[in-house]
Design a protein around this ligand. Structure first.
Ligand code: AMP
Length: 213
């Protein structure tokens, strides 16, 4: 099954993609995670991307196209994948369509999650991420000697550099101007599933699974 999960930053794409990847037994490909890993390891890609990601801007399409091509051509993706954070421009969507022509593709799904910007700002300003396993946490649940419910690591969490309010607002602006219009590109190319991303996590998953089957 080939799935694109689409929506604004903080709408729950990563959370749902992780759950769906485990349930459907397909890899979760997050371009944001790929870039953060490259930045952490100070690779050539990381050096090029750091300043752009920290400012909440988009990494150029040629760079992202190369990453996505290499990733989707990997054997791990041969039985499907869930793509989170790509495409973010219409040009990226066209690059992806060309990749789909070269790999064996079935009908693909586009899951669109929506939530108001104020909900997103509230979520992201309170978001923490486990340093060890990437599990997403909320500021209010993290107390002294906090242990991650997924990997049990103690007191090992951080705020993403791009989760500061001014950068969140910048990312939302970029989303509305450049990424949201990409949805139109898929109207006649994918099976579209639209879900209210402000619902509780398990409810969103349930709704998605009903619509996928
Ligand atoms: P995310 O984790 O999906 O919120 O992505 C974090 C940041 O990585 C974004 O704000 C962008 O700076 C960069 N990024 C991730 N995916 C893409 C993409 N497809 N195109 C351009 N930049 C991206």
């Amino acid at each position: 099954m080939q799935i694109i999960i689409f929506g604004s930053p903080g709408v729950g794409k990563g959370t749902q993609a992780k759950i769906l990847a485990a349930k459907l037994n397909i890899p979760h490909i997050s371009t944001g995670d790929i870039l953060r890993e490259a930045i952490k390891n100070r690779t050539e890609l990381g050096k090029k991307a750091k300043e752009i990601v920290d400012k909440g801007e988009l990494v150029p399409d040629e760079i992202m196209g190369g990453i996505i091509k290499d990733t989707l051509n990997d054997i791990k993706c041969k039985n499907g994948f869930i793509l989170d954070g790509y495409p973010r421009t219409t040009n990226q969507a066209e690059i992806l369509e060309n990749i789909f022509k070269t790999i064996k593709t079935e009908k693909h799904y586009l899951i669109k999650l929506d939530a108001d910007d104020e909900i997103i700002i509230d979520r992201l300003t309170n978001r923490l991420v486990c340093n060890k396993c990437g599990n997403i946490l909320n500021n209010t649940e993290v107390k002294e000697n906090f242990s991650c419910p997924v990997c049990n690591s103690v007191n090992s969490y951080a705020k993403r550099a791009d989760d500061e309010e001014d950068v969140i607002r910048r990312r939302l602006k970029v989303y509305h101007k450049t990424t949201a219009p990409v949805f139109n590109y898929y109207r006649d190319k994918a099976e579209i599933i639209e879900i209210d991303g402000s619902l509780p996590i398990d409810k969103v998953t349930e709704e998605i699974l009903i619509r996928l089957c």
